[in-house]
Ligand binder design. Structure first.
Ligand SMILES: *Cc1c(COP(=O)(O)O)cnc(C)c1O
Length: 334
């Protein structure tokens, strides 16, 4: 089998509406006086209000089923989009779902993604400071003793199983770029646990798609200068190995901009607030307060900085997250 055939042979459970739309944003381009801007609508992957994690979950759930697991367990912040999409995927495939969420149980009614986690029937374990899965091994041990067969999904679904979703997405994109006759394309995408960006870079090599990928770093802890790019390279290497690709990856293959971290993970500043209003008011498109709002704020700044040439086309990859808006009303209405 060649690498593309190997990708096609991996266990996969169909969960998303694919291909997601690729649309042009003429009013946003005009407002910014910049290059042409297109958007890949992975906020419209369909399952449980959509988002980029649905692509990863197709491969993660596929693998969980092959292993005969009956329950998915993963971790994230209280307004985690990844956890909400995992809860929806579990419901849609008849699996149980346990979420190890950071913080403490809120006293009032649940909002945003947390409300949806509850509606999808997930069991929630509150983990205080530990929002990145630190307490998952202990919970897994406890539930295994109780007879459950758990499939552990890492923080953000970013391992060499989940990130295959974004390797495959580059095949989908290749067909759409051809259809629209788009060339000189630069993808701009929010980058946090890394599966999205690493998968994209491997996918462009696998399918021979000539696009540049620029990640906008979202999380201080992860998007520091050296180490994050090194981890992207490590994950990309594992993806390539699984597919039998000869390509080797080093940190310098990964372009991550870390100048937009503001007050830290999940802190809404002027950059995010203005970007959310801009997309909403020029195109009627909803971004989210943590990832795509920050990424769009970064794109606006890069355009103002003259980072792109006039004949380049920007492809903003909308990774979803809008349900989190409803958990942040007070800060966003300000
Ligand atoms: C998880 C997430 C990202 C980041 O994707 P990674 O693969 O973790 O880098 C971006 N945007 C949204 C809305 C997300 O939920």
């Amino acid at each position: 089998m060649n690498p593309i055939e190997r990708l096609q042979a991996l266990p996969r459970t169909r969960l998303a509406f694919l291909p997601t739309p690729l649309i042009e944003l003429p009013r946003l381009s005009q407002r910014l006086g910049g290059p042409r801007i297109w958007m890949k609508r992975d906020d419209q992957t369909g399952l449980g209000l959509g988002g980029n994690k649905v692509r990863k979950l197709e491969y993660l759930v596929g693998e969980a089923r092959v292993q005969g697991c009956d329950t998915l367990i993963t971790s994230g912040a209280i307004q985690s989009n990844h956890c909400r999409q995992t809860a929806a995927a579990a419901a849609a495939t008849g699996l149980g779902c346990v979420l190890a969420l950071g913080g403490e149980e809120p006293t009032g009614a649940p909002t945003g993604n947390l409300l949806l986690d509850r509606l999808f029937g997930a069991t929630i374990r509150w983990c205080g400071e530990d929002r990145k899965g630190e307490r998952v091994p202990a919970v897994v041990e406890e539930l295994r003793l109780a007879g459950r067969r758990l499939y552990v999904i890492p923080y953000g679904g970013s391992d060499d199983v989940g990130a295959m979703g974004f390797v495959a997405a580059m095949g989908e994109l290749q067909a759409q770029l051809k259809e629209q006759s788009l060339a000189k394309v630069t993808i701009v995408v929010a980058s946090s646990s890394g599966g999205t960006q690493a998968g994209m870079v491997v996918g462009t090599d696998l399918f021979g798609v000539s696009v540049r990928v620029v990640g906008i770093g979202i999380d201080k802890g992860e998007a520091g200068t050296g180490p994050y790019e090194a981890r992207l390279a490590e994950l990309a290497g594992r993806l390539a190995d699984r597919l039998g690709m000869p390509t080797r990856y080093t940190a310098d293959r990964f372009d991550v901009r870390t100048g937009y971290l503001g007050g830290g993970y999940g802190v809404i500043g002027d950059l995010e607030r203005r970007a959310i209003q801009l997309a909403a008011q020029t195109e009627g498109i909803l971004l989210d307060p943590v990832y795509t709002g920050r990424a769009m704020g970064g794109l606006v700044d890069l355009i103002k900085d003259g980072a792109f040439k006039g004949d380049e086309t920007i492809l903003f990859w909308h990774t979803g997250g809008a349900p989190a808006l409803f958990g942040r009303g007070e800060e966003l209405a300000a």
